[in-house]
Design a protein around this ligand. Structure first.
Ligand code: SF4
Ligand code: SF4
Length: 623
């Protein structure tokens, strides 16, 4: 049986080695979800990688939506028809979806609706590390937190049951280590997908007119009070040991804590919370009454700690609580075994030597760089040259979220502003005539549709002064090559409509819209300078497939033909390295060499703009 067969096997009862995110995908299949939607974002992307491959086989509808808000709305639509629906995203994606979420929580749902937020402590691939449990509190909806891949699968099914029992959306919150941990997961049987679709016309259940919203709010609060006392919910667990110490934890903190308790044989009982909003107060109060000292272990904000301290105070429980608020544990960054060990040892007054983590493989540190052959490198190179040629030294460079954020680094320095999805153009729409400033805006094709279009509308409306470089690499590259609205996957999205970036920008009223191939440096330079000289909002669509996609296609039918430097022609000026900076190039003695194993044969470095001496040529004889 293949991996995919195992993933969709209707009987289950197998042990599979799964990533947390893969386990979630299996849980979604077992739960009989009819509709799943997402906008890709690390650390949630692998859920989509699985569902994209298997959805049709199990009769589920799956889509990569234009952004997280629309993804939530798509899943909500399926829910209003009585179908189970699942929407997933990275933590900052929930900010985008939040506007809809805050009212969907009020209106409630019909078919179960589960919203997964994958948080990224330490910001491995994100611009912040917000703690999205707080969204549960803000929206008044349940929050479920798994600690292991097995729980990730099992709790998804519980989340749907809870959602349908109370007609409430449920927030399913993971962090990077839970989403990306791989361990054995026992599968269960697959529930059939509901076939009956119905909409309750005239009931106004999903209408948020103020007069109705006032009633929805009271209903919502009632549901949450009932959930807090629902004894059928079995997501919280107590592991008791002899001694006067207790610990309350959730998420990945539980795994680190139990490892430490076992390894050092500590007299600490543990209350592990799987339901972290609403807290089931009675369980926590019973636990606190048994122990004189309570340690709270949780990543990021003192979310549990704040509530538990309040609970102890309100119920006059005399207990010493150790957590983040009194400095025993940090509030920043991801936890690991040592962070938890340090906090526990300090709280308990123990002398325990920290273990230096011993990596199994020693990896040489590598700074992040654009890939060899990346078309964005050529775009940055040309824009920098065009600005220099036109003696424009006051343009603010506003960039966005994607691989091309790396353009902010040396040697391109193209990233004065990088904030969030679509902010590049929103920011540039503030470059209005009154301020006498201009900007150059970089935005990817997927990001443009996700959050960029309103900013462009605003820029055109306000006659802002900016040249937008749409880095159209025909995919959502950074999260694993997912399709975009302007570059569908014909093998899957054969019945969908592709949206033209050029027509969209022209329709909005961008005064000049031209398409260019970033590998053609001369033509690109001509078009960029022309746009920079034109007043108002202008745009260049720098269209060239992502180098990784191109490589894969070439390797399927032939091989990559690399380039090399002819030593006799190389003057050692090093302009190719300092100005263009392809990672396949390096300096050896007083010459430049190209590593054939890294070179992807794009040929851009052979153009005179990069090597004015014609020292770089294709190497037809390369091994
Ligand atoms: S730009 Fe050309 S001549 Fe100058 S170092 Fe590079 S390969 Fe040699
Ligand atoms: S051809 Fe030149 S620019 Fe392209 S990948 Fe190879 S070394 Fe880099």
């Amino acid at each position: 049986m293949s991996e995919i067969d195992d993933m969709i096997d209707p009987k289950g009862n197998k042990i599979l080695l799964l990533l947390g995110n893969e386990a979630i995908a299996r849980g979604v299949i077992e739960a009989g979800v009819a509709s799943a939607s997402t906008y890709p974002g690390t650390p949630s992307s692998e859920v989509g990688d699985v569902l994209y491959r298997v959805a049709r086989k199990v009769g589920m509808r799956f889509e990569y939506s234009v952004n997280e808000k629309v993804a939530l709305e798509v899943s909500f639509a399926a829910s209003t028809l009585g179908l189970r629906s699942f929407v997933f995203m990275k933590h900052v994606g929930l900010n985008v979806a939040a506007d809809a979420l805050m009212s969907i929580s009020y209106s409630g749902v019909k078919g179960g609706l589960v919203i997964m937020s994958a948080d990224d402590p330490s910001m491995h691939s994100s611009q912040n590390e917000q703690d999205n449990r707080l969204y549960g509190q803000l929206a008044h909806i349940p929050v479920i937190e798994p600690s292991t891949p097995q729980e990730a699968k099992d709790f998804i099914i519980s989340a749907f049951e809870l959602s349908e029992r109370y007609h409430i959306p449920v927030l399913f919150r993971t962090t990077t280590r839970v989403s990306h941990e791989r361990s054995a997961v026992k599968t269960g049987p697959v529930a059939g997908i509901r076939k009956s679709i119905s909409f309750d016309y005239g009931k106004m259940d999903f209408n948020s007119l103020p007069s109705l919203a006032r009633q929805h709010k009271l209903n919502l609060e009632r549901k949450m009070r009932e959930i807090a006392h629902d004894e059928r919910i079995s997501l919280n667990r107590m592991i008791e040991r002899e001694g006067s110490w207790g610990a309350i934890t959730s998420g990945v903190g539980y795994s680190y804590l139990t490892d430490i308790i076992e390894e050092y044989d500590l007299p600490v009982s543990v209350l592990k919370l799987g339901l972290t909003n609403p807290l089931q107060d009675n369980i926590i109060l019973d636990f606190m009454r048994k122990y004189n000292n309570i340690i709270i272990v949780e990543e990021l904000d003192p979310y549990l700690e704040t509530k538990i301290r309040a609970l102890a105070q309100l119920n006059s429980i005399s207990v010493k609580i150790y957590g983040k608020m009194d400095g025993y544990f940090p509030t920043d960054y991801e936890y690991d075994g040592n962070v938890v060990l340090r906090g526990v040892a300090r709280a308990m007054g123990l002398k325990i030597d920290e273990k230096a983590p011993e990596p199994a493989v020693k990896v040489t540190p590598r700074p992040p760089v654009l890939c060899p052959g990346c078309p964005h490198r050529a775009s940055f190179f040309i824009v920098k040259r065009a600005l220099r040629m036109l003696k424009i030294d006051d343009a603010i460079i506003s960039s966005d979220i994607g691989c091309y954020s790396l353009g902010a680094l040396d040697p391109f320095d193209m990233g004065d502003i990088i904030i969030s999805m679509g902010t590049s153009v929103g920011y540039s729409s503030g470059m209005v005539p009154e301020f006498g400033k201009r900007s150059v805006t970089f935005i990817g094709d997927s990001t443009l549709f996700h959050g960029g279009l309103p900013g462009i509308v605003n820029a055109v409306k306000n006659n802002a002064q900016t040249t937008i470089i749409v880095l159209d690499n025909r995919t959502t590259a950074m999260t694993g090559q997912q399709p975009t609205p302007s570059a569908l996957d014909p093998t899957y999205e054969d019945d969908m409509k592709e949206i033209s970036i050029e027509s969209t920008l022209k329709g909005i009223g961008v005064s000049k819209v031209v398409e260019a191939d970033p590998y053609d440096l001369k033509d690109m330079l001509h078009k960029v300078t022309d746009c920079l000289k034109t007043p108002g909002v202008t745009a260049i669509i720098a269209k060239r497939e992502c180098a990784i996609l191109r490589d894969r296609k070439i390797r399927r039918v032939s091989k990559i033909v690399p380039y090399h430097v002819i030593p006799d022609k190389c003057t050692g000026c090093f302009r190719c390295v300092t100005d263009f900076s392809c990672p396949a190039m390096s300096i050896k003695g007083n010459k430049v060499v190209i590593d054939a194993a890294l070179c992807d044969g794009c040929g851009v470095c052979a153009e005179r703009f990069v090597c004015p001496y014609g020292a770089i040529e294709v190497d037809e004889n390369a091994e």
